[in-house]
Design a protein around this ligand. Structure first.
Ligand code: AGP
Length: 612
């Protein structure tokens, strides 16, 4: 929910930190701040404000002390407010006594700690973070040992935290510790650096490690050390980024969202091709123990938002092809519904970031009850990836825009491979049938490309709905599943209240909301459902709705006389989700950009939701 940075090295800290905060701003952008030290002044100076990183940069230009311009050590933060309003005072970093820190997470017992450590008079903000600084300062006053103070403090904390800390008497050193909230770190000739995620580290190196939970990191200019809470040294487990360098840049696009929509054909190819051997899905590159697929009897998908929507498509295909029911659960609801979980349960956790705490908790809940767990994740080394028994990584590359696009289609492509593999392993399909299916899967990138080539037509459609406040998206079967994702895209980047509805259900109440000019986006790609689908579209149109119909080309003959249509490239019905998703992503993108919104950073949102 927030972006955190720590740096100490040979470079100018305020440049390194503000650059990194700009990269991390997608994680939260209510306010921004940094603390600098290691300069001649030897003091730790804080600069922070409500607003974006650009506002912080303007503040630095005007107010930064000359000595801080050469500062080579510091911490930084971009905030998504959880405790306390969006104000300069509540922005991070926070300082109490000798301790200055930034934090990502939620401290559940901060009120009790305020009383227990008699902090009331010392606090200026409404945040839980400042309380942690106060507790740390209290313990530091006793031991004057940063690592001991951190070790004692984390034992008092309940909740999730990634803390990056500076102590007044150690102006060139940055300390860190975490529980659930992510921290990755690296060491290079430019210095030692840690951040909430990899996108901020690519500037320096492709080597990194994930800070283990309840392990203290001590970063110096040319070395870094890890310690257990009782002071024993720990070796980092070094990993190598599988992203091309600066693939997290915007690459000349106005917004990351458009870039990432365009990257989908490549992302699908990079995800599928390494997992096909002579047309048969093969997960040996993932070192997948396939008993997870054959020895389980009940499959549950637990995920949030876009990731959950891929589960709806998988559920649809599993019924048709595997004759198996799949439960699809909102991860935030999963454990509270007391699901029936056992050793024959396969829990599939889908997550782009691999850090969504609701999904992480669902995995832990299922594991504790004996379930097998399989992750479909985009970020290596992420918390959910580390928690799952097995992981299939999408190869979408870094996804920066808050609105998830290429993660969706690459997650889908893995589900399609799983369907074909399970059908093969269970003898439901022979090799020819499997190869036929995967051949169509390999055509989905081209179909997405064809949609990208008609973006101008979709942009024109977008202009027709700019002023809408409410909108329906209607379809049946797989189209209804695809529209739930399309509707979320439009909602989150354009703020239009879009609702995806099974078109056959409208007449059971919601059609009462259709008035003159209510925009309706209809999707028709399932040949067996076309007739019924069109009659539902005619029902809303006869009540005044202004309809645009996204329809598979092969099914569109004559419809252009009757409707405003957008033709989608032809694939077999069960693959039409791919071109349909891309068309609906472009629709949402153009509405948002034509409304002049910051498409990549929609209001109230953050890219990674690490609070429950
Ligand atoms: C999707 O556009 C949203 N940003 C959001 O619903 C997202 O899909 C959800 O928070 C899950 O994130 P994850 O895939 O990183 O777990």
């Amino acid at each position: 929910m927030c972006g955190i940075i720590g740096y100490t090295g040979s470079e100018t800290a305020q440049e390194v930190i503000t650059d990194a905060l700009t990269t991390l701003e997608y994680r939260g952008y209510d306010s921004a701040g940094l603390a600098l030290s290691g300069s001649k002044s030897r003091s730790i100076d804080i600069y922070k404000c409500a607003g974006r990183v650009s506002d912080l940069k303007s503040m630095l230009e005007k107010k930064m002390k000359p000595a801080d311009r050469e500062a080579t050590c510091g911490v930084g933060h971009t905030r998504w407010a959880t405790h306390g309003g969006v104000t300069d005072t509540n922005a991070h970093p926070h300082r109490v006594g000798t301790v200055t820190l930034v934090h990502n997470g939620i401290i559940e017992n901060y009120r009790e700690l305020t009383d227990e450590f008699r902090l009331k008079g010392k606090l200026k903000s409404e945040t839980d973070t400042e309380v942690v600084a106060g507790v740390l300062d209290s313990f530091y006053a006793e031991s004057e040992d940063p690592k001991k103070a951190i070790a004692e403090t984390v034992k008092e904390l309940k909740g999730t935290f990634a803390l990056v800390v500076m102590f007044a008497n150690y102006p060139d050193v940055v300390f860190a510790v975490r529980n659930v909230s992510p921290i990755v770190a690296t060491q290079s000739p430019q210095g030692s650096m840690l951040a909430s995620d990899l996108t901020a580290l690519t500037r320096f190196t492709d080597r990194y490690f994930v800070l283990p939970e309840y392990t203290i990191a001590e970063l110096h200019r040319s070395a870094l050390y890890l310690w257990t809470l009782n002071g024993k040294p720990v070796e980092p487990e070094w990993l190598t980024m599988d992203w091309e360098k600066n693939s997290a840049d915007k690459g000349g696009y106005p917004f990351y969202m458009e870039k990432e929509i365009d990257e989908q054909p490549e992302g699908i190819r990079k995800t599928v091709e390494p997992r096909l051997k002579d047309g048969i899905p093969d997960f040996s590159c993932d070192e997948l123990d396939e008993s997870i697929l054959t020895d389980t009897e009940e499959i549950t998908v637990a995920a949030c938002g876009t990731a959950m929507h891929t589960g709806l498509v998988f559920q649809n295909l599993a019924r048709k092809i595997l004759h198996t029911e799949v439960n699809v659960c909102l991860a935030s609801e999963y454990m509270y519904g007391e699901p029936v979980v056992g050793e024959k349960t396969l829990l599939i956790a889908v997550s782009q970031s691999g850090e969504t705490i609701d999904t992480l908790e669902a995995v832990k809940y299922a594991k504790k009850r004996g379930a097998r767990t399989l992750g479909i994740i985009n970020v290596r080394g992420s918390s959910i990836a580390r928690e799952c028994e097995s992981v299939l990584f999408t190869n979408a590359g870094p996804e920066i825009a808050v609105a998830s696009t290429k993660a969706y289609t690459t997650q889908l492509s893995l589900f399609y491979l799983l369907i074909a593999r399970i059908a093969y392993l269970k003898g439901i399909w022979d090799e020819d049938k499997v190869r036929d299916f995967t051949a169509h899967l390999c055509r989905t990138p081209d179909a997405v490309d064809e949609v990208l080539n008609i973006r101008k037509d979709i942009h024109i459609i977008a202009r027709n709905i700019l002023e809408a406040s409410d909108l329906f998206m209607i379809g049946r079967g797989l189209d209804y599943a695809a529209l739930q994702e399309g509707s979320l895209k439009l909602k989150e980047v354009s703020y239009i209240h879009s609702e995806a509805y099974a078109s056959g259900e409208l007449k059971h109440g919601p059609i009462a909301l259709i008035t003159e000019e209510t925009p309706v986006v209809a999707l028709a790609t399932q040949e067996s459902l076309l007739k019924k689908g069109l009659s539902n579209v005619r029902e809303v149109r006869s009540r005044g709705a202004s309809v645009v119909l996204f329809v598979k080309n092969a099914m569109s003959e004559g419809l252009e006389q009757e409707f405003n249509i957008v033709r989608l490239p032809d694939l077999p019905d069960e693959f039409m989700v791919f071109p349909a998703a891309c068309a609906l992503q472009l629709l949402a993108y153009y509405v948002s950009s034509d409304k002049g919104f910051d498409v990549d950073k929609p209001r109230n949102l953050a890219k990674v939701v690490t609070v429950e």
